[in-house]
Design a protein around this ligand. Structure first.
Ligand code: GLN
Length: 487
């Protein structure tokens, strides 16, 4: 039996009794132990509890209690979702020994669906980054070329999914952290509408932007995971009171007559010509499939990155105030005064990028600067939302590149935060407006690095976004491209 790559394949093996959940879990654990040293995609591997969950799934299935397509299927979680009985680090020294007393709703729902969690994926510290180089646990490497970054901040989830060290994973996206690594690693990554998935137990970075979503090899798998984690949660007042739909069951590749908007502002200067070429070809393919291509304008897009880098750090500076060395976090040695304890615990526990964000945010929120920065950014946020509102009068979805470039080399941008921030220029608007967005593979560069196509949709219209992605995927099948051996 070859190791399954998708939920669909794994579920079929389980259903036909060709492989048991325990066998599958053992295969993945072996693969992690032999291969993950090359890419560093896990912070913690759950050898024992994964096998225990697999045995439980096996028993339930043999007793006729089949829970659905995730039952017995080995997946992984970004180390931002708190899980009881095992540490949740958020990629930070600050939380390196933190064990939460409860499960995040995302973890709880996946476990309730019978999935086997193999472990917790590496990530940029507190989800701040676009390359997975800010992790306290070391950088993650891109499986297509291990000298390159996998993207971030859900880089461990994207790399583990790509290298098949899990069938699929769940990450989070505040400014592009699911879609950009999915693009750079050649997998599918979806950020649902803000409010679709509960944020309870998902360590907060920027609470008005954060949203969890799947990373998988095929669109159908992403749809299965989304159905499993979506839905109202009384523990998160921003989760909407809408039932989770059966997105995979409703998938349709018929996109005839669907209007696809192409924002002229999204072919940004400095974009890699190979990325632009692949994305233009993908748009042409959508037209061949019967979609109507409409040029649109989102005039305030050019302010999105600056708006994000006021709002996100402001929210982060407030959210991260709780890590004080007093309660559950890293604590410095031999503090002399309370002030010394706060000061040194935070200085030693946080990495440079996190400190930079806290300083930016604290500055933007401070008296005298609040109006000029934070308030102004909120006003521009409204303008960006209105751009999308008027676009939806003309089109059903919007397509663009996910990232203006392919995977860059490890170390290439670490000295230039602004360059790093520009990695998310095409993904950030979607978070600012709270919209659903997906990245799917749409080709490879001449160096055989993956390129991603982004599809954005109307609020709560995940189904149309998935359908367009599915139609494109079915006619191009980029996921069949063979990855070189890890090394
Ligand atoms: N790369 C962006 C940042 O550094 C987005 C991160 C994210 O979506 N979590 O903030």
């Amino acid at each position: 039996m070859s190791i399954p790559r998708t939920i669909k394949e794994a579920a079929a093996l389980i259903e036909k009794r060709e492989a048991s959940p325990v066998e599958l879990t053992e295969l993945f654990l072996e693969r992690i132990s032999s291969e993950d040293g090359k890419i560093n995609s896990y912070i913690t591997v759950w050898e024992e509890s994964a096998l225990e969950a697999a045995r439980k799934a096996e028993k339930e299935i043999s007793e006729g209690n089949y829970l659905g397509p995730l039952h017995g299927v080995p997946i992984a979680l970004k180390d931002i979702f708190v899980t009881k009985d095992s540490r949740t680090t958020c990629g930070s020294k600050m939380l390196r020994d933190f064990v939460a007393p409860y499960n995040s709703t995302v973890a709880e729902k996946l476990i309730a669906g019978g999935s086997v969690v193999l472990g917790k994926n590496n990530m940029d510290e507190f989800a701040m980054g676009s390359s997975n180089e800010t992790s306290y646990f070391g950088p993650v490497r891109n499986p297509w070329d291990t000298d390159r970054v996998p993207g971030g901040s859900s880089g461990g989830s994207a790399a583990a999914t790509t290298a098949n060290l899990c069938v699929a994973s769940v990450g989070t996206d505040t400014g592009g952290s699911i879609r950009q690594p999915a693009s750079l690693c050649g997998v599918v990554g979806m950020k649902p509408t803000y409010g679709r998935v509960s944020r309870y137990g998902m360590i907060a970075f920027a609470s008005s932007l954060d949203q969890a979503g799947p990373l998988a090899k095929i669109v159908e798998d992403a749809a299965i995971i989304l159905s499993s984690i979506a839905g109202h949660d009384p523990m998160d007042s921003t989760s909407v009171n809408l039932p989770a739909a059966d997105y995979a069951g409703a998938l349709s590749a018929d996109i005839k007559g669907l209007r696809v908007g192409i924002p002229k502002e999204y072919f940004v200067s400095g974009m890699d010509p190979e990325v632009e070429k692949s994305v233009r070809e993908a748009i042409a393919e959508l037209e061949t499939l019967g979609a109507e291509i409409v040029e649109i304008s989102l005039p305030h897009s050019r302010y999105a990155v600056s708006t994000y880098y006021i709002i996100a750090p402001s929210e982060a500076s407030s959210n991260l105030a709780r890590y004080d060395g007093v309660r559950y976090t890293y604590r410095c040695e031999d503090a002399e005064t309370l002030r010394d304890l706060f000061f040194r615990s935070r200085s030693e526990g946080f990495g440079d990028e996190v400190k930079r964000r806290i300083m930016l945010g604290t500055y933007a929120l401070s008296t005298g600067y609040y109006d000029a920065y934070y308030l102004k950014a909120q006003q521009v946020r409204t303008l960006i939302i209105r751009d999308f509102d008027s676009a939806w009068e003309k089109v059903d979805v919007i397509a663009s590149a996910t990232s203006p470039e392919t995977a860059f080399r490890i170390g290439e941008k670490t000295d230039d935060p602004l360059k790093m921030y520009l990695s998310d220029i095409l993904t950030i608007p979607c978070n600012i407006a709270g919209l659903p967005g997906i990245s799917i593979p749409c080709g490879f560069s001449s160096e055989k690095l993956p390129i991603g196509l982004q599809i954005m949709g109307k609020p709560f219209d995940e189904q149309t976004v998935l359908n367009v992605a599915y139609a494109y995927e079915q006619s191009t099948k980029w996921y069949e491209e063979e990855m070189p051996p890890l090394g």
